[in-house]
Design a protein around this ligand. Structure first.
Ligand code: SF4
Length: 325
């Protein structure tokens, strides 16, 4: 094990662990934000630069600081390393710049975007953004592309994090989409306008950090903060599907089904399209109880169930009935 200090807090991790994952073991505010890294997707990370940190001391053998900020998702720790994240004004300033860049072309359409309330970019802009933009040029716009009957692509919102590409590459047998062109012409697209339709394609919706890929079966039906999340499961026939989901409900109606997400916004286990798109009847599911959202977001501000959360009480049948109505 190697010992590393992040914002003055010491943690021991196996050699080869990235600074980001070492920080996640400590948890809390010192965890750098990540828009492209996704621990469940091989090869992800190293693109968005939101997780930049300062290495104040390289290692026990080399006490010099690193000459420039590094991406914490792709930089391994060394024994005796000292890292600064929120304690470094340089890091906070650089992050502000990264947010400004990410927002150069991203439309400010949160009032009509289905991702609003659970959007990583929205949270990032809230914590690190500025009220003004210095960008004076015309924003990028794209022709609309139909990528299937269940998933809506809004290319103008895409930040080119590649998560959806890795998801389809690693979870499905026939990936039909990727990033075409390069530079400011780069865009997510399907090959010759194929549609993305395979058993696990819906997972691209969950991994997308912004509202570029949204669920057509949920579009414009409700703001997410007007729905109540519940953990539920079913015995899914698909052996690759965990069958463990979050149901987003209004009364007894299931408005959408997503995989369960942890405190870093990553899915706990992937689910198939049948569970996600076709099982919208409460009888299809065994409801376990209300979902407490761990991730810091507008979604868990005064959202629900503070008493149960505080007392750690497992809701009983009557609670569930009360919450379902
Ligand atoms: S569509 Fe979403 S997940 Fe895919 S590259 Fe763009 S921002 Fe990332």
């Amino acid at each position: 094990m190697v010992t590393v200090k992040i914002d003055g807090i010491e943690v021991q991790v196996p050699p080869g662990t990235s600074i980001l994952n070492a920080a996640r073991q400590i948890g809390g505010d010192i965890v750098p934000p990540a828009m492209c890294y996704y621990s469940k997707l091989k090869g992800s990370g190293g693109k968005c630069r939101t997780c930049l940190v300062r290495i104040a001391k390289n290692s026990a053998q080399n006490p010099n600081p690193a000459p420039k900020l590094v991406a914490s998702c792709s930089t391994p720790v060394a024994d005796g390393m000292e890292v600064e994240n929120i304690t470094s004004p340089q890091v906070l300033d650089a992050r502000k710049g990264v947010v400004e860049f990410l927002l150069l072309n991203h439309p400010l359409d949160c009032p009509v975007c289905d991702q609003a309330g659970e959007c990583d970019l929205q949270n990032l802009a809230f914590e690190h953004g500025t009220a003004q933009t210095r960008y004076e040029f015309e924003r990028r716009t794209f022709e609309k592309i139909d990528i299937g009957d269940k998933i809506q692509l809004h290319m103008t919102r895409c930040i080119l994090c590649y998560r959806c590409v890795f998801t389809c590459d690693q979870l499905t047998d026939n990936r039909v989409h990727g990033i075409l062109n390069r530079g400011d012409k780069a865009e997510i697209s399907t090959y010759i306008q194929n549609s993305i339709d395979n058993d696990f394609s819906g997972n691209v919706i969950d991994v997308c950090p912004v509202g570029a890929l949204t669920d057509k079966t949920f579009r414009f039906r409700s703001r997410v903060w007007f729905t109540k999340p519940f953990n539920a499961h079913r015995n899914c026939n698909n052996p690759k599907c965990s069958g463990k989901v979050t149901l987003w409900m209004q009364g007894k109606d299931i408005l959408r089904v997503t995989a369960r997400k942890d405190q870093f916004g990553e899915v706990e286990s992937f689910i198939c399209n049948t569970c996600r798109f076709d099982k919208k009847d409460i009888k299809d599911w065994t409801v376990e109880g209300p979902r407490v959202l761990d991730k810091k977001s507008v979604m868990n501000q005064n959202h629900f169930l503070h008493e149960e959360k505080l007392s750690n009480k497992v809701p009983d049948y009557d609670d569930k009935q009360r919450l379902l109505t």
